[in-house]
Design a binder for this molecule. Sequence first.
Ligand code: G3I
Length: 395
Amino acid sequence: MKRFLTVGTTVLVLAGVSNVVPVNAEERHPTVAEQSLRALAARHGLAIGTAVDVDVLRDASDPQYRALAASQFSSVTAENAMKWESLEPTRGTYNWGPADELIDFARKNKQQVRGHVLVWQNQLPTWLTQGVGDGTISKAQLRDILRDHITAVVKHFKGKISQWDVVNEAASDPWDTPSSIHLKGFWAQHLGPGYLADAFRWARAADPNALLFYNDYNIEAFGDRGASDKTWYVYNMVRQLRASGVPIDGVGSQGHLGTQYGNFDAFQALEVLDAFSDLGLATAFTEVDARSQMTDGVRAGDSNEINPRLQASASNYSVLLQACLANRHCLSYTVWGFTDRHSWVPGWFTDPPEGLATLYDESYRPKRAYNTVKADLAFSGPPNVLPRIPQKPRR
Ligand code: G3I
């Protein structure tokens, strides 16, 4: 007892002096800085994900990509490998290899997989677009082709995918003509609006357990709730789908942001997530990145131009993450690539050039955005941030 009191007193004295309770070095709890994003997100029951380029994943000369994809993230999305042109390049012949590699990687690293994407107007195989264009594929055949593709793909990955992006980017943008938001693209044009409900029903029939999402960009905040407000349009669209008994379980907000635009705050983003979850839907951020214009000064390494961009990018990541943490139905927060070394942004936005969109720089050094995401995960908790409420697939 005497010995216990002595030790106890020493501990208390030391703690009082240094404000730290001394512990055995081996038992030391990792500091926040030492913990991975996935460990910190797990406290919230939140999956933190990244899009993965399977070609880079298997590139032995770039091992850091694989190591960080495994250690920092608890969910992965195929950046391209599950798109129609990748999976079914020839009619009826499937190339599962790269997508299966990612599934295997996820299994080994105890990660969830978001399935991306079943129905989208981009990255369709030529046999499909040409066949419809030259009339050798009729409308009735096109509907059968869509059903067969969804069924084959969802069955192949059955039990391995937590969330499917069933329909992607079906809504137009205010800068399209007409500016009032409408269903756009190949599928609406050739099959009419009914393809959305069909797609969700076919996906549900093929895997009753995966959560089925509608996924889109520029739906992070409500505008004036008028005819050109895309967020408002998508909200009403999914409300109607839900009301008609279509098996849609969630809405994915992509979260492709640019620091040059008027951005919004966490409460504006939260308002949208809450509106979706009030319909009984799960929510997720599915493709977050925050790019900046690469001026001559940025490219020359001028810190006066680089620093505010890095700071603004970090703030954009944070706004979406804080909204997600505050909405208990927000199940996952996925970034669209995690390093500027392999980001879709520089290849896509060339005039003017844009970049600096991800969490790590081209040499895999964590940027301010990484540390801000980490801080948000670490320093949030009850009573305002509570663990996620899981979503059951709608039958
Ligand atoms: O298919 C060729 C391939 O054979 C060739 O080796 C390669 C060399 O550059 O080019 C290949 O295709 C590229 C493909 O990515 C695969 O790397 C396309 O040119 C390129 O346009 C394509 O870009 C993808 C883009 O979707 C296409 O729509 C991006 O990587 C991908 O990040 C991006 O992802 C989309 C989401 O799916 C939906 N939301 C928006 C997001 C960003 O655009």
